[in-house]
Design a protein around this ligand. Structure first.
Ligand code: ADP
Length: 279
């Protein structure tokens, strides 16, 4: 295949002159594809040996060798972490090479919100107050599986980066109406899924890079938290595939709010009659 990819940029040069800069990025794109394939292949190859190690570790009975118990527990914890890392890498390489969603459907948001709450409760183990709010009363159109994984990542981050006694809010609300070119306000508004916490917060300087793979604010705290450093990249990619935007507002010591903004064309009237089960 002899096709080439050019990147074109128009730069203002003087009052009535523009510069057109053309760059051949064919090789760059090829290298990027090689990097993705490599990561995907290595991750895939690691899956089987990890499953075997994990399986045998599960079979070892710590009561037979009580002095081995702490080592076995640590080995189990670390092999679980490696498995999660491999799964996240595979998810990320799948999302990176996708240019559209394979399957789209109407997503029943009451059921999505209930699932997220159940997951938050399980992760928190009663250490946080968890609230779910739904003032939008609409459903979303997109990939249930991918959006669930994105929202779950935000919820698990909120729990992991909020000390005990903190408050986590999962909220579905209408977005502010967009201003059109004519200056008028758009009739249809989009919808926002928000996860807010009263946790450690993120220093402003880190915010621009926070969704890059493996980017972490404080290595020790992040590593202790048990994450892989890939969660927010996954969120970003899933939202991109839905033409949605991630906004992050955060203040150190006060907490963070991660808002996923979906355009009006992703909003559907609510289909399910399931009451959203507020407790
Ligand atoms: P990780 O697996 O490390 O949590 P993520 O990609 O999900 O990876 O997040 C990247 C980094 O962003 C984290 O290591 C953490 O420093 C910071 N972060 C993410 N969510 C929050 C949050 N809700 N509050 C404070 N910091 C957060």
């Amino acid at each position: 295949n002899s096709s080439a990819t050019l990147s074109l940029r128009l730069i203002p040069y003087s009052e009535n002159l523009w510069l057109l800069v053309a760059r051949d990025v064919t090789r760059l794109l090829q290298l990027e594809q090689m990097r993705r394939d490599f990561v995907a292949n290595v991750s895939h190859e690691l899956r089987t040996p990890l499953t075997v190690v994990h399986g045998y570790l599960d079979m070892l009975d710590p009561t037979e060798h009580p002095d081995w118990a702490p080592m076995l527990a640590e080995m189990q914890r670390q092999s679980q972490r490696m498995t999660q890392l491999v799964e996240d890498l595979l998810t990320l390489s799948r999302l990176e090479s996708a240019d559209h969603l394979a399957h789209e459907e109407v997503i029943a948001m009451p059921s999505m919100l209930n699932t997220l709450r159940r997951e938050a409760l399980a992760l928190s183990q009663n250490r946080h107050e968890i609230t779910v709010e739904d003032s939008a009363g609409v459903d979303l159109f997109g990939s249930n599986k991918e959006l669930h994984s994105a929202f779950s990542n935000l919820v698990s981050n909120a729990i992991r980066y909020t000390p005990a006694g903190g408050h986590i809010t999962i909220r579905l609300r209408n977005d502010r109406p967009e201003r059109l070119n004519s200056g008028a306000l758009a009739k249809k508004t989009g919808v926002v899924l928000e996860v807010a916490d009263t946790g450690y917060g993120i220093p402003t300087a880190h915010l621009p890079r926070i969704t890059e793979r493996f980017y972490r604010v404080s290595n020790s705290r992040s590593r202790e938290s048990g994450g892989t450093g890939l969660g927010l990249s996954i969120v970003k990619h899933v939202l991109n595939l839905h033409q949605a935007r991630l906004d992050i507002a955060s203040e150190v010591g006060r907490g963070s709010t991660f808002s996923c903004h979906f355009g009006a064309d992703r909003v559907r009237p609510r289909e399910s009659l399931d009451a959203f089960d507020v407790r």
